[in-house]
Design a protein around this ligand. Structure first.
Ligand code: TRP
Length: 358
């Protein structure tokens, strides 16, 4: 059989620069990005620092967003994202993405945006119920633009490695893309989310998912001492008081993290059996988990120290230049499809169906 699609698959993803990356990001999405980057079949990979999106809920802290933009790229470089293979860029440096967002705004209803479960819980969490900025409600529309601006007709669906919480964004993005194509002609490609087996990593408190705002996450840049402190603070089984007591594995954060990170899952299985029977203390397990996480994080922390701010910024500026050229090319097709290319006569395409309703 001949290989029908010699074009590289396109990958686009990103993060809001509002704080350092943590282990939840690592298992949820960063590991998949590294796997895609290091495949033998090359992929066309873009990773975006979503500063414009970060401003939708941090518009009062532009300095924080600016500072975190650099930190985010240092995190990417530290885990092994390679600027030779992956284009890293800044969202705001591609104004065409705002333009595409504006066109997309017409293709989705306010009530559809209000039904997005991720946005709904963010509104709750941030206490935005009373005064919801329009920009925040609409960030999934700009995310649809971020994704679809990178598609190529011959490369199939755009792959988007993200955490589970981003799946509603991909759904809305695909609805917008299908509507666009029906109205203006086939121009945009749909997206496929790439999820990891650990869709959701809990925080060390065992109560919520790992998150910066809840201060319950282990950061990729945490030093050995901080890592040890956090592992030893982890929520385990409050009923497991004496070493010989039988302990609970379910809801126990040590096992939750071992499931996600320990390379030797047979050992983890043996620990679980022993713990449930009784006779295995938390301290032994915490020491083991510390060594597992330290093996992962120590080289990342070390690499991070070697990245100079100036180099990180140069990588971003060069990446932004390349990404912008790519988007500018795409936008020519978008504008032509929408009858906005005034250098050409208006297309009288009988295939257009302007009566398509939302
Ligand atoms: N919403 C993502 C986050 O919260 C960031 C993001 C913006 C993104 N645009 C994207 C992710 C496009 C994937 C694709 O971190």
């Amino acid at each position: 059989m001949t290989f029908k699609n010699p074009c590289k698959p396109v990958v686009l993803t990103g993060d809001r620069p509002t704080g350092p990356l943590h282990l939840g990001h690592y298992v949820g999405s960063l590991k998949n990005r590294l796997d895609l980057q290091n495949r033998t079949q090359p992929h066309d990979i873009y990773i975006m620092v979503a500063d414009t999106q970060a401003l939708t809920d941090h518009f009062e802290q532009p300095n924080l967003v600016r500072q975190c933009t650099l930190e985010l790229v240092k995190d990417y470089l530290a885990i092994g994202i390679d600027p030779e293979k992956t284009t890293m860029f800044i969202q705001s440096q591609i104004p065409e993405l705002c333009e595409l967002t504006t066109y997309f705004m017409n293709l989705v209803t306010v009530s559809r945006l209000e039904r997005n479960p991720t946005v709904k819980s963010e509104i709750q969490q941030k206490g935005m119920q009373e005064s919801l900025p329009a920009g925040f409600l609409c960030y999934p529309v700009s995310q649809a633009a971020d994704i679809s601006a990178f598609g190529l007709p011959e490369s199939g669906n755009i792959l988007v490695p993200v955490g589970q919480d981003q799946m509603p964004m991909i759904e809305i993005s695909n609805e917008i893309v299908r509507r666009f194509n029906r109205l203006y002609g086939p121009c945009l490609q749909e997206a496929t989310g790439v999820l990891s087996p650990t869709a959701r990593l809990m925080g060390i408190d065992g109560q919520n998912k790992a998150s910066k705002s809840l201060n319950n996450a282990i950061y990729l840049k945490d030093s050995k001492d901080i890592l040890r402190e956090k592992v030893f603070q982890m929520y385990t089984d409050p009923g497991h008081i004496h070493v010989q007591d039988p302990g609970k594995v379910e809801g126990n954060m040590i096992f939750h993290y071992l499931d996600a990170f320990a390379p030797d899952q047979e050992q983890v299985h043996a620990f679980k059996t022993h713990y449930e029977k009784g006779g295995l203390g938390d301290v032994v397990l915490k020491k083991y988990l510390f060594s597992v996480l330290d093996d992962l994080l120590a080289p990342i922390v070390e690499k991070r120290h070697t990245v100079r701010d100036q180099d990180a910024m140069e990588i971003l500026m060069e990446g932004s230049k390349q990404a912008r050229q790519r988007v500018q090319e795409k936008m020519k097709h978008v504008r032509a499809a929408m009858q906005l290319d005034y250098s050409k006569p208006m297309a009288t395409d009988p295939g257009l169906h302007p009566q398509v309703s939302l």
